[in-house]
Design a protein around this ligand. Structure first.
Ligand code: ATP
Length: 258
């Protein structure tokens, strides 16, 4: 693929990572463009988190090359950290600061001016601005951790299983946050085990299996290629799903906010 440099946000070439004798990532290459939502899909242990952590500069690059906005992660991880947003899983936020105060603090750590009101509005938590993270529901906590990943106005946001454990309404509200980031021109790289989520959200997906990319394209092209092989679903697709029933009965608004 040929892209102008301004469009290329992430460049990964021939990435390899081993944990002792275990080769977790075996030569992975892909690119992510400005404003693109890129999904990494794969079974447990496929290597998705290892790939993300290497691009984020949290894990040493053993072999291959990774550039973020043209900056070599191995040579200058600190500059890369300033450019990216990472939604940390299981992160322990300080208990003694409110959401608003935490976002101020994160902004100061980045040396950037942040506006907690705008960020909290973006993620639908303005009403909760004086609350503590420990008192938020699971969905609210997830949205707050996305707000925290946005304080430095990153060129790319990394979301590792951003909707795991969320109810359908909270899941759809996280999807809206991803779409809003895309509209602002930010790239989003996410992992998920919910394949329908990837289909709904991602411009392109890479399917990873045992440390290798086994397919990479838009969901539509991947489906088209499968159909060209003569593949037929055993069961016809239902015109509605159980999730449709659930959302029809319980609405699309976040329950915790009503
Ligand atoms: P999941 O979907 O379960 O989160 P994943 O695709 O993110 O999986 P990774 O967490 O990257 O996969 O793990 C890839 C492989 O590397 C697995 O076999 C895992 O056991 C191994 N691995 C990951 N982290 C370590 C570590 N710190 N030490 C040793 N092996 C590890």
């Amino acid at each position: 693929m040929m892209h102008s440099e301004a469009m290329l946000i992430i460049y990964v070439h021939d990435l390899h990572t081993s944990y002792g004798a275990v080769e977790a990532v075996k030569g992975v290459s892909f690119e992510v463009l400005k404003g693109e939502v890129f999904g990494l899909l794969g079974p447990n242990g496929a290597g998705k988190t290892t790939i993300l952590e290497t691009i984020e500069g949290l894990r040493p690059l053993q072999r291959g090359s990774v550039l973020v906005n043209g900056i070599d992660v191995a040579a200058d991880p600190v500059r890369v950290h300033r450019l990216i947003g990472v939604q940390l899983q299981h992160v322990a936020f300080f208990d003694r600061l409110t959401l608003e105060e935490l976002l101020h603090l994160f902004g100061e750590l980045y040396g950037t001016r942040t506006d907690p009101t705008t960020l909290l509005t973006q993620v639908g938590l303005l009403k909760q601005r004086k609350m503590y993270v420990k008192n938020l529901s699971g969905g609210q906590r997830q949205r707050f951790s996305i707000a925290a990943a946005l304080v430095n106005d990153p060129v790319v946001v990394f979301l590792d299983e951003p909707t795991s454990g969320l109810d359908p309404q909270a899941r759809h509200s996280v999807w809206e946050l991803v779409r809003a980031a895309k509209r602002r021109g930010q790239a989003v790289v996410l992992t998920t085990h919910y394949i329908e989520e990837a289909e709904a959200l991602c411009d392109r997906v890479a399917i990873i299996d045992e440390g290798r990319i086994v397919a990479l394209d838009t969901p539509a092209v991947l489906i088209h290629r499968l159909l060209e092989t003569g593949f037929k679903r055993e069961v016809e697709i239902a015109p509605a799903t159980l999730e449709d029933v659930f959302l029809h009965l319980t609405g699309r608004t976040l329950r915790e906010d009503v």
